[in-house]
Design a protein. Structure first.
Length: 443
């Protein structure tokens, strides 16, 4: 049992980039309370598991992690770290976690984590605290101002989803679509840039559904927000993720041709290439409609790097329908993409649909999909060889003098030479693999 107030904490985030953002903000909240971050989980008095519920495997990880924390974190006096479960598993299965894992003292949903310090105090006093109310527009206002950050920073501009794809838990765990106000975002972006950020990635489950009013009261979408952020002088790169095809409006497509700070990269999930499957997924667009959007983006920004998400083995997916997914991949020529086996999520319409696909069929389809995507990312990277581009230095590499950074097309580029974290350096791309490139620093 932990009875005293924790002095050190460790936040571990699973899943999407929004969870990474939330995890950073939770760490800032705890630091503002005077707690210190512990690099190793075993050394922390408080462990926050910021969980993901999107696929079954992600959920299982939470329970095995709880077991491991208790085992590895047990002190000589027999006490264990205070465990808080945050994020989407907390939202969806809070009560179950409390019942199944007595060691968990705090359960806090993604819209309520501004209350984390108060809940930790309650738990440290011997109680248990649960907060999964939704939505909480109060959250962002209650978070501390952002301070020092890395060269590339996340900024959540939109949360939640009203699309209700039939396989997906997000509308239930993150709630309805909510756009944060324009002025708040401009202010937070300024604070990030003052803290060292040179690139900001705007985040949202449906980031391109963001809408707001600018300082003159005009209704603007994500393109307008990106334009306003572009005015921040020391901000050199703007990215956004994840987008829905139906929210790809004309202004945003055009912004890819006209906003020089908007990077040539678009993550636009399609999930399947079969119109029958897309309909059963409630995606509200056809395979062709999706490809037409890509064509329009390519027309204004020919070098754009495209990315997507795919699900294989959605209930009822036939071999012919899967072949249509391979076809849309051929047509789209992705620079990178994510592919997943369908995972039945409790409470979603697809979980009870007829025709659930056998695991070995899914495995086999995933392998073929993966091979096609690898082929295309290698082709995209190879086509970049010979290009000279700016690389934003994000990390030290594994070898002495080596640096890792990102090209405008979000490729990982490693090079050696005289550089520093946060630099934007000129690099010649000289060699390509499917997942990264090597470059030569331009003197
Ligand atoms: N099973 C498999 N993949 C899923 N995704 C969302 N829900 C599921 C599910 N139940 C994938 C989609 C989405 C990405 C974030 O995760 O491809 O775009
Ligand atoms: Fe889930 Fe679909 Fe919403 Fe994306 S658009 S978060 S896949 S429901």
């Amino acid at each position: 049992m932990t009875a005293s107030t924790p002095r050190t904490f460790h936040v571990k985030s699973f899943g999407c980039q929004m969870n990474v953002y939330d995890g950073e903000r939770m760490a800032e909240l705890l630091a503002a309370e005077g707690m210190t971050a512990a690099d190793a989980r075993e050394d922390a008095d408080l462990v926050v598991l910021n969980t993901c519920h999107i696929r079954e495997k992600a959920t299982e990880k939470v329970y095995s992690d709880i077991g491991r924390i208790i085992k590895e974190g047990r002190r000589e006096d027999g006490s264990v770290p205070l465990i808080a479960v945050a994020g989407c598993v907390a939202q969806a299965e809070g009560e179950e976690i409390m019942a199944r894992a007595p060691a968990v003292r705090v359960v806090v949903g993604p819209q309520a984590y501004h209350r984390l310090p108060a809940m930790v105090a309650e738990a440290a006093a011997g109680g248990r605290a649960t907060e999964t109310d939704m939505p909480a527009e109060a959250k962002f206002a209650a978070l501390p101002k952002r301070r020092k950050v890395g060269a590339s920073a996340f900024l959540t501009v939109q949360e939640g989803c009203d699309k209700f794809c039939t396989y997906c838990v997000v509308p239930y765990t993150r709630g309805a679509e909510l756009s944060r106000p324009y002025a708040d975002l401009v202010a937070e972006a300024r604070a990030l840039v003052e803290g060292g950020a040179r690139e900001i990635t705007l985040l949202g489950q449906n980031v391109n559904a963001w809408a707001g009013e600018d300082e003159r009261g005009r209704h603007v979408g994500l393109a307008g927000l990106a334009e306003a952020l572009g005015q921040i002088e020391d901000l050199t790169r703007i990215r956004y993720t994840t987008s829905h095809p139906m929210d790809m409006d004309d202004a945003l497509i055009e912004a890819h041709g006209s906003n020089p700070k908007l990077m040539p990269f678009l993550h636009l999930p399609v999930q399947s290439g079969s119109d029958r499957v897309l309909k059963a997924m409630n995606r509200s667009h056809s395979a062709d409609g999706y490809l037409r959007i890509l064509e329009r983006v390519r027309a204004v920004r020919p070098d754009i790097a495209l990315s997507g998400d795919f699900i294989v083995g959605f209930p009822g997916e036939t071999e012919a329908e899967f072949a249509e997914t391979l076809q849309i991949i051929d047509a789209a020529r992705y620079a990178q993409a994510f592919s997943f086996k369908y995972s039945a999520r409790p409470g979603t319409p697809a979980a009870t649909m007829d025709g659930q696909i056998a695991p070995e069929v899914m495995d086999e389809r995933l392998q073929r999909l993966h091979a096609a995507l690898q082929r295309d990312s290698l082709a995209f990277n190879k086509a970049s060889v010979g290009r000279r581009c700016a690389v934003l230095v994000e990390r030290k590499g594994r070898h002495a003098g080596q640096w890792l950074g990102k090209s405008p097309w979000l490729q990982s580029v490693h090079f050696t030479g005289d550089a520093a974290l946060g630099d934007l350096v000129e690099v010649d791309l000289i060699e390509a693999g499917p997942n990264s490139l090597s470059g030569r620093l331009v003197a």
